[in-house]
Write a protein that binds this ligand. Sequence first.
Ligand SMILES: [Zn+2]
Ligand SMILES: [Zn+2]
Length: 246
Amino acid sequence: MWAKVLYDGCLDLVFPPRCAVCNVYRKIGAASGICSACVSGVRLVEEPVCSICGTEVYAQGSTHVVCGECLKKSPPYDFAISLFRYGVEIRALISRLKYNKDTSVVLAISELVKVYDFSLFDFCDYIVPVPLHKKRIQKRGFNQALLLAKMCFGRGDRRINVEVLRRTRNTVPQVSLGGRERRKSLKNVFRVNPLIDISGCSICLIDDVYTTGTTVSACAKELLAGGALQVVILTFARVEVAQSGR
Ligand SMILES: [Zn+2]
Ligand SMILES: [Zn+2]
C-alpha cells in the first residue's frame, strides 16, 4: 500500500500529471485525471428528460414526459439515457479518448461516470458497444464505445460483448451528414452475429455521443430483427437539442 503511494508520488514528480481536458499541470498527488476548474464546467443531463429518447425537455410538474419527436415517431429502442451534456469539457474528453488515448483521459472519464448508479441496467443480458468497422479499429487500435462500457460497468462485467453486433461497412462520419443522409448511409451497415443467440435477450447498447439517435436506432432495429426482446441505450454524452415535452 505505502509502496504504491510512494511509487505514484515518484511518478508524479517525474511525469507531473496534467488535466485531461485543459492540459494544465494538476496538483501532485491529486487522485483525479481532471482539474477542479474543468470539473466545474461539466454538466449532467438534467431532468425533465423525454422518458423515451432521454433528451432534455422544457416541461413542468410531470414525471412522465414524451418529447415531440418521439410522439411523432417512436424510436425502436425502449429508452435512452445519456450521462453528460456535450459541452466543451466532455467534447475534449471524447476527442482525446478517440484520438489520443492516455491514462489521464481514462482516469478522468472513470471518475466522472462514478457518480452514476448503473444498476438500472442490471436486467440487461448483454452490454453491446456500437461497433466500429474493423478498418477503423485497426487504425485507431480500439473502440471507444467498448472503453466506455468498461469504465461504466467495470472491466470484468461479462455481459460486455463486442461480438454481438458487427459493422459491415466503413461509413463516413455521421456528423457531416443531414438526417435523411444519415439514415441512408447506415442502411444495412449493422449485422447481428449469427453465432450468438440473442433471442429473448435484453440488450444495453452503448455509445459515446447521442446526436440524432440515427446510429443507435439502426443498431437497435437490427438487434430486434435478430430476436432481441428489448434494446435500451446508454451514451456518455448528449448533444443538446432543446425540445418541448408533453
Ligand atoms: Zn483542466
Ligand atoms: Zn423523445
